[in-house]
Design a protein around this ligand. Structure first.
Ligand code: URA
Length: 296
């Protein structure tokens, strides 16, 4: 939308060239910061508003300024505990909900109705999955971006196009109806974090029960984890993606029937990283050849 506004050449653009230039620069700056959506006419800072409202009330009535008596702040130890409790409660709720889902449709509805993630409120659409649920290969990215948020499908933007080319090199295609040649795609988070920021640790932890159940319901033969967020969270590791990629590792999971199994899993660089660092395509090519060998 912002792009459209900057491209628009109205009669006013010609009449006020300097103003138009300044507005375009502002809009460009917004898009560079990842702000690509308008939620209201004017920017608002709720914390400041509170104190300003208080101030303007006193000025308008010309009443003498009285000392403001506020409630005693909570003891420092209470704050972090409250926060942790919020996330902990959301994780428990997510675990219960996820465990109750025995088919994909149920999981999709459960995620859509789950209120424990604030990114749900800023996103336009939930992004659940794409591809063939019978596929031998399941691929998991990080979180939807702006294009995915608009279309409600994972990996449909620039990095998605590169991902399709990469998968095509090993004869995999998300549109294929043949389970041998298809791939099933999802993300750790089902909602776009505002401004495409990296998901927080709490958001990842809260989303974990859902993506784990998603994997259990698909039960693929091979898992591909795209990028550090996906690799670290699902493999339960702290090393960076450069160390985690390039080798098959076991992803341990519990099936719907309650059995513990191990799925051969390979981590690789995220296509968005490859768009910025094309030299690393070589490493991804290596990883994909390993997948092809396994499938054969
Ligand atoms: N990046 C991701 O990790 N997932 C998407 O769906 C799109 C971009």
């Amino acid at each position: 939308m912002i792009q459209k506004m900057t491209e628009n050449t109205s009669p006013n653009t010609l009449k006020y060239p300097v103003l138009t230039q300044a507005l375009s620069a502002t809009l460009e700056w917004y898009t560079d910061q990842g702000i690509d959506m308008l939620l209201g006419e004017t920017p608002r800072t709720h914390i400041q508003e509170k104190s300003q409202n208080h101030l303007s009330d006193s000025v308008a009535t010309q009443a003498p300024i009285k000392p403001v008596i506020t409630a005693a702040p909570p003891p420092p130890s209470a704050l972090p505990q409250d926060k942790i409790l919020g996330a902990a409660e959301a994780i428990i709720e997510a675990e219960k909900l996820a465990a109750s889902c025995t088919i994909l449709g149920e999981l999709q509805s459960a995620i859509a109705s789950f209120e424990g993630l604030s990114v749900r409120k800023t996103a336009t659409n939930m992004v659940f999955s794409d591809g063939n649920k019978e596929a031998r290969v399941m691929l998991i990215g990080e979180a939807p971006g702006a294009d995915e948020d608009r279309q409600g499908k994972p990996f449909v933007g620039m990095s998605g196009q590169l991902l399709d080319k990469i998968l095509g090199c090993i004869d995999l295609n998300r549109k294929s109806e043949d389970p041998q040649k298809s791939v099933y795609i999802s993300n750790i988070l089902n909602w776009r974090p505002p401004g495409n920021r990296t998901p927080t640790d709490a958001e990842i932890d809260i989303s974990m029960p859902f993506i784990k159940r998603h994997i259990a319901l698909i039960q693929p033969e091979i898992l591909i984890l795209c990028g550090g967020v996906s690799a670290k969270s699902l493999l339960g590791r702290t090393e960076g993606i450069s160390r985690l990629r390039g080798k098959f590792q076991d992803y341990e999971m519990t099936t719907i029937e309650g059995e513990t199994i191990h799925i051969p899993t390979i981590a690789t660089y995220h296509p968005a990283y490859l768009l910025r660092t094309p030299l690393q395509k070589r490493a991804v090519w290596h990883d994909m050849l390993m997948v092809k060998e396994r499938l054969a």
